[in-house]
Design a protein around this ligand. Sequence first.
Ligand SMILES: Nc1nc2c(c(=O)[nH]1)N[C@H]1C(S)=C(S)[C@@H](COP(=O)(O)O)O[C@H]1N2
Ligand SMILES: [Mo]
Length: 246
Amino acid sequence: MKRRALLAGLGAMFVGACSKVANSTAGSSLLSAAEDWHRKAHRALSNRTALVREYAKSAISPDFRGNGSLSVDTDAYRRHVVEGFKNWRLEVGGLVANPLSLSLEDLRALPQRTQITRHDCVEGWSAIGEWTGPQLSAVLEAAGISEDANFIVFRCADTLGGHKYYESVDMVDAMHPQTIIAHLLNGESLPIKNGAPLRMRIERQLGYKHPKYLTAIEAVASLDEIGLGQGGYWEDHHGYQWYAGI
Ligand SMILES: Nc1nc2c(c(=O)[nH]1)N[C@H]1C(S)=C(S)[C@@H](COP(=O)(O)O)O[C@H]1N2
Ligand SMILES: [Mo]
């Protein structure tokens, strides 16, 4: 829906700009350049909705290594571990009509997607794993996501280097069919090192855009007021690019 709005916006920009210059010869070539640009923008956006490769079970890495935080150093988290995460909640809020507070059971009751994908970390390693969970799009639709939402912010339980971990994506990645809230890795509850009990899989993005220890999902119009305003822990504190598409 956002994609349509964005494309309509791009279209309107060109109608405005092009009607003034279309009558001259120079204007005609300008017009076709603009049309090319528009077509390319359209193509770039439709590429972003394509699926990433999915692998056979035989390709699964024997051990999916952990990276960044390998646990959460709080009493609350240790209590959740002891309780088997039965009191863990995922809050869904921000620009939504019906804020939600979901248990693992609630998430398991939604239609599930299982996908075997390759995770690529910018630090130079990859691993293939089978992830299962509901699509983020289903949760956002259940919450009644507003047309004014441009980004989804993911809040996490851990701190890394003294800062709360968080990340964000735009609506194209949020609504992508392979963007899931994973609670299983290779058919088992997520190991602690891989983000138990919940972590995002945003398969069109590099590893640091897949938040672990997920506590909340927030729909926002702008990232300016979130963290230091760059859209994520790595962007705010280490100068990483916000868009880490693959
Ligand atoms: N909450 C949280 N999410 C995180 C991180 C982290 O430190 N904390 N590290 C990121 C990085 S850099 C990578 S490569 C992956 C690692 O996922 P893994 O531990 O399952 O291998 O998680 C990402 N998500
Ligand atoms: Mo990473």
